[in-house]
Design a protein around this ligand. Sequence first.
Ligand SMILES: Nc1nc2c(ncn2[C@@H]2O[C@H](COP(=O)(O)OP(=O)(O)OP(=O)(O)O)[C@@H](O)[C@H]2O)c(=O)[nH]1
Ligand SMILES: [Mg+2]
Length: 324
Amino acid sequence: MTAPGPSPSGDVRWRIATPPRAAAIAIVELFSTDPAALDAALATLGVAPLQPGDVQLRNLGGVDRGLACRWSPRLVHLMPHGGSAVVRRLLEAITSAGIAQAGRTPSADAYPEAADEIEAHMLATLARAQSPLAVDLLLDQPRRWRRQGDGQAAPSVLGRLIDPPLVVVRGPPNVGKSTLVNALVGRAVSIVADQPGTTRDHVGVTAELAGLVVRLLDLPGERAGATGVEAEAIDLAADLAQHADLTLLCGDHTHPPFADRPHARSLRVALKADLGRPDWTAELHVSSATGAGLSTLVQTMRDRLIPPEALADPRPWRFWTPPD
Ligand SMILES: Nc1nc2c(ncn2[C@@H]2O[C@H](COP(=O)(O)OP(=O)(O)OP(=O)(O)O)[C@@H](O)[C@H]2O)c(=O)[nH]1
Ligand SMILES: [Mg+2]
């Protein structure tokens, strides 16, 4: 059963507050700048009236029973079971009640307990920031902004603490790229074999580098003369590398990385350091087999992506983006 008729006010918006993958419970936010419009929308959905502060088990749009919480006059959370079919049907009911989807809940509505707008932005960002390093920095922002107002802001590179940067691992076949990725992640996510061309398509994982979460992409080994699927995979890898925030240009004691010009966004890494020194110039020497050089690599990658002076910058950080 879906709720009939359009909402009496187009002012109400919905948004899913939980991550896209199914979980036990989903949270669907309904919010409006006009509390009466929110009351009307709930009535249209068949959800019995809720006062601010109410947390009640309710019929949700005729689709499910779950908690309905009115956190403030302007914000309600509906919490159905999180299976994708249930969520889809509830969203159909909400949409057919004339309620439009919002890109983002205004922070002040989502966090009515916040003392001011910056604190509300901080709480909203804290909920989605990926890196542990972001936590203390975000918690300190309301104090910094109260003290310094609209002065000079800290570098925007700190945004990488919220949305993980992309790191790609490139190099000739069989130099140990996948083994390095597995060592950085701490588990086997990429197949390793003593056979060139083992990684046929890129493998993406999330890894934490000393408190900074990054998206790590293990690319297929690149060699001249590749044809067919291998050549396509190599072309795709090169495209992906263009968007990287940092590229690890890898080689080993016998194979140099490509003759790519070193630049601020690349790091030349000699792998299999336990087997000998390379005859090309590497910035770092790493053995995934013995672990030698790994912690230096991790720290260097982190420092390239988030320079220590940016982390230590005491100025306020403009960590939020204006609402859509
Ligand atoms: N001795 C030594 N062997 C290593 C090290 N790292 C990787 N190897 C070995 O080198 C071989 C190739 O490793 P991979 O990680 O599959 O190499 P790759 O660069 O991903 O290769 P492709 O996917 O084919 O491009 C495997 O037999 C690994 O066990 C290392 O640090 N020391
Ligand atoms: Mg590989």
